[in-house]
Design a protein around this ligand. Structure first.
Ligand SMILES: [Zn+2]
Length: 285
C-alpha cells in the first residue's frame, strides 16, 4: 500500500507501508498499559484503539530531492526466518508497492538505515533462490560506523542472524559506506545523532526552502512517549541515554515548526510537537 506523501519545500517524502497494526506494540513499551494509554486523550483515534491498545506501523520513507532518491529504513523484508511469528517468512507486496509509488528498487540511489535492527534492514537484501542479494543494486548503503562496529561484535535477540542475512551481503557486494552520526548526505538531508535505542542511532533531518522535517528512527516508537518521555522501549540499549535523547529532541522540536515523521507511527504518521504541561503531544491537525 502506498501511504502518505509530504512536501518539505522542494523535497517529496513518500511512505511505503509494510505492516500496520493495532496491539502489537505493547511488548515494545511495557509501561504503556491500557489504563495509562486511556488517560492520554490526544492519542485517540489515530494512535490507540478505544480500549487502549497501541497502533503502530513498519514502513519505509522515500526522500526524493529531485536529484537524489534516498530510502530510509527497509522494514522486515520477505522470506526471512524471524523469531517473532508475525514477522517470520513475510510475503508482502512491498517491492511492487515501491514501484507503484514511482520508486522501483533500481531507481533508488541511497539506502539509509537509522540503525541496524531487524525491522530497519530487512529489504536491504532479497532471496534469489540460493542466497541473499542486494535489493537496491544501484544504491550506496549508508550504515553508521559506530552502529555497524557495535553489532559486528555484540549479539542480542537474534541480531547476529539479522546482520548475516541483511547487512553482511551488502558489505560483501561492496555497496556499503560507513558514516558518522552527523553525516551530511546532500544539501537537503543530514543526520542528527540520537543515541540510546542503539549505540550508533541517528535520525534524519530534511530541510528545503525554509521548511523542515525529522524522520525519528527509533529514539521513540510511539507518540505516547511524547506524553511520557520516561517510558523506555524494551529493546533500548542504554535506557538513561534514550531518555536524555528523547527530552533533548522534544525540546528542540517543540521550539520549531519541524514536521515530525515517526518511523513506527500509525497513519497519519506525522505531526508537529507541542508542549503539553511538563510533557509534549503530537498535533496532527
Ligand atoms: Zn524499529
Amino acid at each position: 500500500m502506498v501511504g502518505e506523501v509530504w512536501r518539505i519545500g522542494a523535497v517529496k517524502i513518500t511512505r511505503i507501508v509494510e505492516i500496520e497494526a493495532t496491539g502489537g506494540m505493547s511488548r515494545i513499551i511495557p509501561d504503556a498499559t491500557r489504563d495509562k494509554i486511556q488517560d492520554i486523550g490526544w492519542l485517540f483515534p489515530h494512535f490507540a484503539s478505544a480500549d487502549g491498545r497501541l497502533r503502530g506501523a513498519i514502513h519505509s520513507l522515500i526522500i526524493d530531492t529531485g536529484e537524489r532518491r534516498i530510502i530510509v529504513d527497509t522494514c522486515i523484508g520477505n522470506d526471512k526466518e524471524r523469531a517473532v511469528p508475525a514477522w517470520n517468512k513475510l510475503q508482502t507486496a512491498y517491492l511492487a508497492n515501491l514501484a507503484a509509488a514511482g520508486y522501483p528498487a533500481e531507481s533508488i540511489d541511497t539506502v539509509l538505515c537509522t540503525h541496524l535492527h531487524i525491522d530497519h534492514v530487512g529489504w536491504n537484501t532479497k532471496w534469489d533462490g540460493a542466497k541473499w542479494i542486494p535489493t537496491f543494486t544501484n544504491a550506496e548503503y549508508l550504515f553508521g560506523e559506530v552502529e555497524y562496529n557495535h553489532w559486528m561484535t555484540h549479539d542480542r535477540e537474534g541480531q547476529s542472524q539479522v546482520m548475516a542475512d541483511s547487512v553482511t551481503p551488502i558489505v560483501e557486494a561492496g555497496l556499503q559506506k560507513l558514516i558518522a552520526q552527523n553525516h551530511v548526505i546532500c544539501p537537503e538531508v543530514r543526520l542528527i545523532p540520537t543515541p540510546g535505542h542503539t549505540p550508533g542511532h541517528h535520525s534524519v533531518m530534511i530541510e528545503s526552502e525554509g521548511q523542515s522535517a525529522l524522520i525519528t528512527g527509533d529514539f521513540l516508537h510511539h507518540p505516547c512517549q511524547f506524553a511520557h518521555p520516561e517510558w523506555p522501549s524494551a529493546p533500548d540499549w542504554d535506557v538513561p541515554q534514550g531518555y536524555a535523547t528523547r527530552v533533548d529532541m522534544y525540546r528542540r522540536l517543540a521550539e520549531t515548526l519541524t514536521l515530525v515523521i515517526g518511523t513506527h507511527f500509525h497513519t497519519p504518521t506525522a505531526g508537529y510537537l507541542k508542549t503539553d504541561g511538563k510533557a509534549w503531544r503530537l498535533d496532527v491537525g
